[in-house]
Design a protein around this ligand. Structure first.
Ligand SMILES: [Mg+2]
Length: 232
């Protein structure tokens, strides 16, 4: 199997996302305690999280757009406290900066550099990670987000958008991600080759196995280099 491009999930594939999301919630909470203590008291972190989940459930048409869900949550929290002109932009900027203050897995950057040297890399993410803020954008040919495209993984259209951007057949793209359903099953149904990046050593239990399974990005880079050699 030789591939001509790699498409790559971001959150929990290149960095653990939960620490950044939790810190972002705390950044927002600290700002509210300082500037709007009434809102902070009405919406402690856990309640704010439940409000966002409720807004997501009530707005399934925005399931691809976590950013808008967050902005709606801010508006709703302030409206509940009788404030109609919520500081949405300011709070969103604070949240977004903290959410993108991620710490890469140690294998991610060296592997990305090795892979980018061989084949184009496209990001395919349902989240709102910003590769420019994170400082990795120069390693990516194209960046595709569910929020930008209007459909989210596992919808085949987001994978086909990557193929179109590359001008490459889906079967010549290797999609790599940590999520069995969003990444492996979704990409396979769109006709891509699949890698399950299984950092936690779980057993596969989601139907037909992925084409490849690796414990980290180093193994992926090794495979890309070996298969590119075989192919040439
Ligand atoms: Mg992921």
């Amino acid at each position: 199997m030789a591939v001509r491009a790699v498409s790559l999930d971001l959150d929990d594939t290149l960095w653990p996302v939960l620490p950044a999301l939790i810190e972002a919630e705390h950044v927002v909470d600290r700002w509210l305690r300082q500037h709007h203590p009434d809102v902070a008291n009405a919406w402690p972190i856990e309640a704010m999280r439940e409000l966002r989940e409720q807004i997501a459930r009530d707005n399934t048409h925005l399931s691809h757009d976590f950013s808008e869900q967050r902005r709606m949550t801010i508006r709703a929290a302030f409206a509940h406290c009788g404030i109609d002109d919520a500081p949405v932009d300011e709070l969103w900027r604070l949240y977004y900066a903290a959410r993108n203050n991620v710490e890469l897995y140690p294998d991610s950057l060296p592997a990305l550099e090795r892979i980018a040297h061989r084949v184009p890399i496209v990001s395919i993410s349902n989240g709102n990670a910003d590769l420019e803020i994170i400082g990795l954008h120069h390693l990516f040919h194209t960046r595709i987000s569910a929020g930008g495209l209007g459909v989210a993984k596992p919808d085949a259209r987001i994978f086909l958008a990557a193929a179109e951007a590359l001008g490459i057949a889906p079967a010549d793209i290797l999609h790599v991600g940590d999520d069995p359903l969003l990444d492996v099953v979704g990409a396979r149904e769109a006709g891509l080759r699949t890698v399950w990046l299984n950092r936690t050593g779980e057993a596969w239990s989601h139907g037909p196995a992925p084409d490849l399974e690796f414990p980290d990005m180093t193994h992926l880079a090794d495979w890309v280099e070996a298969s590119a050699l075989t192919d040439s």
